[in-house]
Write a protein that binds this ligand. Structure first.
Ligand SMILES: Cc1ncc(COP(=O)(O)O)c(C=O)c1O
Length: 376
């Protein structure tokens, strides 16, 4: 049996919906399926306004433009994240200021944010690693006190909650990913949530290449023209059709994935030399991923290699940004963020995909048990 690291999931209606979208004669962005996805997202999770984008990366970039990120600004974010989080602001000339993580969640440590704030700081971008919400309430308090914008990178946390509020509802801006590796898959896709009502109209212009095409679609104007900067931050209606089917299956997908979290928790609680993530009791999980941190790099490598022999594919986590080739050009060295460096070097992400709960989970747990018993 082969257990891949990830496998895209198909729910019930992808095929009929995609066929309907193909036959509709309207394949571009903001057509019928896009509108159905947006309505569903707002109804289920109470986002203020939603813009479907070609990827989570594009959503972060659109958010940076909307927030007015520009040359000379500083943006505080964790080093333990994907390159897209940082590129979204570096592309527009801002400087990243990397913050340490809390090893309980590998999310940004809110206690270490304030000491990084300078007169140039404009934004904070926390991420929700493995679908576990960052400490968004504390982060919003810091932002309010210092008049900063918060864009939450929710690439992994669609359907997770923080104190009964869906991830992405409390920050000024939030970016979701619907890449095939995420719980809800459009192939490639994303969404920018805009929770500041005054920013919504401009977001429509930015999304539509800097034009007021939306006003034409609404019948307010007869011709559209160039009104602002912008780009093409639109998701095709064909991909939105696929996404709609996935989002309509949210409860079934979450339930299946919760069985995987449970099985991994039950396994790893028996090995006290392996640290695994803690979910604060006010966080509800979307069961995106599961990670563990080994006691030594040698044991991490042994675990990965021995599992591979059994055709079970686990993977390392992010390589810290501050000590990457590009990160060093901002003057960072590995020892600047020792917690991030240490935990990232020993972290493993376990195979995690919706179908695993029905097919392969027993083999996966059995293989891991054998490997862990050989190591410890
Ligand atoms: C934290 C984070 N931000 C952004 C992204 C980018 O999302 P996408 O692949 O949809 O562009 C990812 C992708 O894995 C991610 O993990």
């Amino acid at each position: 049996m082969i257990i891949p690291f990830n496998k895209p999931y198909a729910s019930k209606n992808e095929e009929p919906y995609v066929l309907e979208a193909l036959r509709s004669g309207k394949h571009c962005g903001n057509q019928s399926f896009c509108n159905r996805v947006i309505d569903l997202m707002k109804k289920n999770h109470e986002f203020h306004e939603v813009f479907l984008t070609p990827s989570g990366t594009a959503a972060l970039e659109m958010g940076a433009v909307l927030a007015g990120i520009t040359h000379g600004d500083e943006v505080i974010l964790p080093s333990y994240t994907f390159s897209s989080t940082v590129n979204a602001i570096v592309l527009f000339g801002a400087t990243p200021v990397f913050c340490e993580v809390d090893p309980k969640t590998m999310n940004i440590d809110p206690a270490k944010i304030e000491q990084l704030i300078s007169p140039k700081t404009k934004m904070i971008i926390p991420i929700d690693y493995a679908g576990v919400s960052c400490e968004i309430e504390q982060i919003m308090d810091i932002a309010t006190k210092h008049n900063l914008i918060v864009m939450q990178d929710c690439a992994q946390s669609y359907g997770s909650y923080y104190k009964d509020k869906a991830c992405g509802t409390q920050a000024h801006l939030a970016a979701f990913s619907f890449h095939e590796t995420k719980n809800y898959n459009a192939g490639e896709g994303g969404a920018l949530v805009v929770n500041i009502p005054e920013w919504v109209e401009r977001a429509h212009f930015l999304q539509e290449k800097g034009t007021d095409r939306r006003l034409v679609l609404k019948g307010v104007k007869s011709k559209y023209s160039w009104v602002d900067v912008g780009s093409s931050y639109l998701l095709s209606d064909i991909l939105a059709a696929m996404l709609l089917s996935q989002l309509e299956s949210e409860s079934e997908i979450t339930k299946n994935r919760s069985l995987i979290t449970e099985a991994y928790f039950n396994l790893f609680k028996n090995y006290n030399k392996v640290h695994f993530f803690q979910v604060p009791d006010y966080v509800v999980l979307n069961h995106h991923a599961f990670w563990v941190v080994f006691d030594t790099v040698a044991n991490q490598e042994l675990f990965l290699t021995k599992l591979k022999v059994k055709n079970v594919y686990a993977y390392i986590g992010y390589l810290p940004l501050h000590s990457s080739e590009k990160g060093k050009t901002y003057g960072y060295k590995a020892s600047d963020l020792p917690i991030t460096e240490e935990y990232a070097s020993k972290l493993v992400r376990l195979p995690f995909y919706t179908e695993l709960s029905e097919n392969g989970l027993d083999y996966c747990i059995q293989s891991m048990t054998e490997v862990l018993n050989e190591i410890y």
